[in-house]
Design a protein around this ligand. Structure first.
Ligand code: FRU
Length: 483
């Protein structure tokens, strides 16, 4: 039977492929004024398979131009990996060439690392003739079924390229060094720390500034478990990297999670970029088959600028929507208010033109135990999604129990991140985009990302409070106007 297009769920300001399947973002890189997204793509079908690298570029991180498939499958699937810009031609493929290193997956039987290069700003790619470049993980020298997702960067102090790559079923990351991106030397391994209840995939290592200081620290990201044990998600480790070894600053059993929603996975940083920015896949392996969109499945998160901040518990990741997103010319301001009071179920209903918008709201909680915004509020179907803060549990949450289509048995949920308030105020920066919600709490201290599939999109939203009157100290809303 002919499947119906679901353009009502197509995001306006998040990247989605024009058609067919995507999972992880790959090879994120900034080069000569262009941001590149490569992505795990099935060029032929709207489901996982024929894995190849799809490709899109953007000048502003919000409007993406679709390009032809960059690296197609061959006798292997082209799994996740990274791209770097080889400014000084260390590889011999050409000054300023783009070098992709990805995992070749032989249909689940074995995995190794391979290289492709482009000398025309990523428009065409040539697979290296002597692939694979790392056939077996050292020092164990065994051909591996699971050995994947390389990510690389130039490490200036040790004057070499560094690669991190996962041994998923061993819950380990291997670190390699190279002078030319082709010959790699095993340097060290890191693993079995934090959360290792789920396989480790898609590692990346990046140096991040510590806000309010002159110092920086290294952060190792791993896609693995979710705070909710039934799901996958991302964790991170904070520590040092000396050109050889990554050391964790925290006790081995400290678990730090990137996002507390169910739909943020496989994020990696943009290499060669003017600022530290990550982008993730907005979905969960738990229900990918059930994603109800057509003719595409899968979309990316908002690009997030990242840094570290000192808290009483130690250094923690801060994630803020990329400035380009906030400053995009497509936003049209529609509400701006200061100092208004709201009471339980008694506040005004707002109606936008579209269901792609951004709400920046700050609440002074006072005596109230819960505050937030009901979005995608449909007065006919009674569906709504709650984005809020609970004072007693000190949690920022998205509640999609009544958000619309329940695409899998464990889809309907309330997903929450710890968030401690310093001054009794909470600021929610909420992005609603047709079929997704991302909420950033208190200037990037906590993030929750959730997909939603409302039966009928609704442009209505409403502030709410429970058990008390609250003061809204700031409310600004912008709507996304398509070009
Ligand atoms: C993560 C992942 C990667 C792999 C790719 C395959 O979502 O499983 O480990 O490279 O997806 O599509």
């Amino acid at each position: 039977c002919q499947q119906q297009a679901t353009e009502q769920w197509r995001p306006y300001f998040h990247f989605s492929p024009a058609q067919n399947w995507t999972n992880d973002p790959n090879g994120l890189v900034y080069h000569e004024g262009e941001w590149h997204i490569f992505y795990q793509h099935n060029p032929f079908e709207n489901k996982w398979g024929h894995m190849s690298w799809g490709h899109a570029v953007s000048k502003d991180l919000v409007n993406w131009e679709h390009l032809p498939v960059a690296i197609p499958e061959d006798s292997a699937w082209i799994f996740s990996g990274g791209v770097v810009v080889d400014k000084n031609n260390t590889s011999g493929f050409g000054a300023n060439s783009m070098i992709a290193i990805y995992t070749a997956d032989y249909h689940g039987k074995k995995e190794n690392q391979q290289l492709a290069y482009s000398t025309d700003k990523g428009r065409t790619w040539t697979k290296y003739k002597n692939n694979p470049i790392i056939a077996k993980p050292l020092p164990n020298g065994k051909e591996m079924k699971d050995f994947r997702d390389p990510n690389m960067f130039w490490h200036e102090p040790s004057k070499q390229w560094i690669m991190v790559v996962a041994l998923p079923t061993e819950f380990k990351v291997h670190i390699y060094g190279s002078k030319n991106l082709i010959n790699w030397t095993f340097l060290s391994e890191f693993g079995k720390q934090g959360d290792f209840t789920k396989i480790w995939e898609c590692p990346s290592l990046i140096e991040l500034p510590v806000e309010g200081s002159q110092t920086s620290k290294w952060v190792l990201f791993i896609s693995s478990s979710n705070p909710n044990p039934d799901f996958v998600g991302m964790q991170y480790f904070v520590g040092n990297f000396d050109g050889k070894t990554f050391t964790n600053d925290n006790p081995a059993d400290t678990k730090l999670f990137v996002d507390y929603g169910k739909d943020f996975y496989a994020a990696i940083p943009f290499s060669n970029a003017p600022k530290k920015t990550i982008l993730g896949w907005m979905a969960s392996w738990q229900y990918t088959d059930a994603l109800p969109t057509f003719p595409w499945k899968g979309q990316m998160s908002i690009p997030r600028e990242i840094s570290l901040k000192k808290t009483q518990a130690g250094l923690r990741l801060i994630q803020r929507p990329a400035e380009e997103v906030l400053k995009a010319k497509n936003w049209k301001g529609i509400v701006q208010m200061e100092e208004m009071g709201i009471e339980e179920d008694n506040s005004m209903m707002w109606r936008n033109q579209t269901s792609s918008y951004m709400i920046d709201v700050e609440f002074e909680l006072g005596g109230a135990r819960e505050v937030g915004v009901k979005v995608m509020k449909n007065l006919t179907t009674n569906q709504e999604t709650l984005v809020g803060y609970q004072k007693d549990s000190e949690q920022l949450y998205i509640n999609r129990i009544n958000s619309g289509k329940i695409i899998s048995p464990n889809f309907a949920s309330m997903d929450a991140s710890p968030l401690k308030l310093e001054r009794g105020t909470v600021r929610l920066l909420i992005f609603v985009d047709q079929s997704s919600i991302e909420v950033f709490g208190n200037d990037g201290e906590a993030v929750v990302t959730s997909l939603i599939f409302p039966e009928n999109n609704s442009a209505n939203w409403q502030l709410f409070s429970r058990d008390g009157r609250v003061k809204v100290t700031k409310l600004k809303v912008w709507e996304w106007q398509k070009d």
